[in-house]
Design a binder for this molecule. Sequence first.
Ligand SMILES: Cc1cc2nc3c(=O)[nH]c(=O)nc-3n(C[C@H](O)[C@H](O)[C@H](O)COP(=O)(O)OP(=O)(O)OC[C@H]3O[C@@H](n4cnc5c(N)ncnc54)[C@H](O)[C@@H]3O)c2cc1C
Length: 291
Amino acid sequence: MKPSPFEYHLPDTLDEALDLMAEHGDAARPLAGGQSLVPMMAFRLARPSVVVDLNQLSDLTRIEASGVRVVLGAMVRERAAERSETLARSVPLIAWALPLIGHEAIRTRGTVGGSLAHCDPAGELPAVAVATGATITARSQRRGERTIPAEEFFLGHFTSALADDELLTHVSFPAAGAGNGAAFEEMSRRHGDFAVVGVACQLRVTDGIINDARVVLTGVAEIPFRATRAETVLVGATADAASFQEAADAVSCDIDPPSDLHGTAAYRRYVAGVLTRRALRKAVVETVGGT
Ligand SMILES: Cc1cc2nc3c(=O)[nH]c(=O)nc-3n(C[C@H](O)[C@H](O)[C@H](O)COP(=O)(O)OP(=O)(O)OC[C@H]3O[C@@H](n4cnc5c(N)ncnc54)[C@H](O)[C@@H]3O)c2cc1C
């Protein structure tokens, strides 16, 4: 199918893009990598009458590391982030997750900001943002800039906290320190498919004891699911197979996943437990600076 008719704008600056968003409100949609928006328009699942193309905004393509945080501009391509050694060193969870997104060709166009703004419940980057405690910065011409904790950004199926006139400008990830380990495990039917279930986890381990844990799942709820009871099980526990099993059992018990053509709720619950156990084990092996 062809998209319904739309006006196309290619602003040169963020200010111009924000002016267009302010002028056209909910009639406008920003275009980043186009990997989700263009198919949605072609299927007429999205019918913006104005498209604001962000691809000239070089200010939004920076990767900046300060030692304690790494900031990614919204227009950083997923593939560029995947190739960044700074990012892999400072935020190892994102380095695990990025290669799992679609295929290389998709990641070459797809952007970090587009993936977050799109809010796909099966997406890897929303789960990474929640698991790492990232913050997302949005800007509008009328109200200026605001920073939203990732946990408050994802509101529902393809629904974010962004207002109609706002653009996501950058995302800031805390750098993982000594004793931190991370892993992302997922199950998809074929390489490159969206995962049926995914688990992002980040741990801090000192002398064999877990003193911080984040476990976040994809594909089991409308937004990234933070497994808080599993986290409580883990904090203060020895980093061993028994603790990982207890946390995995808590995850399987606490989620209420959907059934669809990719798998029943019972199947997803089972897979979520298995992947949680695997991810925790891997995160401990990957712990920076030893345990
Ligand atoms: C075959 C295929 C397989 C894929 N597999 C996966 C996968 O396994 N995991 C995964 O996570 N993703 C997957 N994707 C999606 C891919 O990661 C997309 O790149 C991503 O979802 C959207 O990023 P984009 O830059 O292409 O955004 P676009 O498609 O351009 O935009 C997506 C949405 O975000 C909005 N938007 C974009 N940028 C901004 C901004 N700066 N501020 C405000 N709103 C903005 C747009 O208006 C639109 O509503 C797949 C895509 C395809 C085609």
